[in-house]
Design a protein. Sequence first.
Length: 337
Amino acid sequence: MSEPTVAEESRRPPVVAVVTLLTALLTVLLIAFAWPAARSEPRDLPIAVAGPQQAVAQMQGGLEQAMPGGFEVTAVQDRAAAVKAIENRDVYGAVVLDPQSPEVLTASAGGPAVAQILTQLSSRMAAQNQEAAPKVTDVVPLPQDDPRGAGLAAGALPLVLGGIIAAAGLTQLVKGGSRRMAGAVTFAVTGGLALTAVLQYWLGSLEGNYWVNASVIALSIGAISLTLLGLEWLFGRVGLAVGAATMMLLGNPLSGLTSAPEMLPSGWGALGQLLPPGAAGTALRSVSFFDGAGSAGPFLVLTCWFVAGLVLCGLGAMRSRTRRVVPARHEASPVTV
């Protein structure tokens, strides 16, 4: 192996700069993935309380004292109304203030972390008031094969990686913008079918209609891959890197799949729902366990990202055509004597 020349050595960044950059990158990765989890707690988490007006007010005051700003309480008429609110995804759970048989209604399928918090909180408040712990009923439970929802929570990362790998692989291995776009859409469909099959039939993490579940995952993969393809088409590797970093460092940890968007630091949970991973997670919970309730907004977000990806690719194609035409117009004409 030949020794590097002086010119080559001068062009290389100093070791200190490389180490500093790598340290900064490692720190950003830690913050992106650990910070949302470390600061996870209820923030205006919507729940319902059924019972007499005075009892509801007392419960609301007790919740505020136990977790200031943690819950957004909606008063409902009775247990049936509370169950309906949960099934419509208007609230995550409910407390039924029946003097004879108090009850806490949860929906682990909507967020197992939230269901656990409601159960623990009700027991703690009952102990403080020297009362018996209320009965806990899981109105919309997770599947028996995955009672903790681990498969669905872990599915966020492959979903994001699928879009990133598709964009990077197609950019490097396939020539022609239209062929890359066709490859991205095809991969989104096949990837959606494959991931859904694993989650639903092997791990047992999903319920509901297989094809509807697959459409959510396919739409998400397509939205990510087309957006990244368009960014690479317009801005080169920098565009691809920035887009991939956004999806990985923001979209994945802020998706709320491991808890709920309202459990993330203020504002960040809402941001996560505007990115494909968060929207896909919410839509997937809705169509799989709640008969599609609450899925309209997430589907709109995913569709907007998919269309934005197509627009970016279209702009990239126009730019490529312009670059081919301009040099041709400026070719020197032959000189006649």
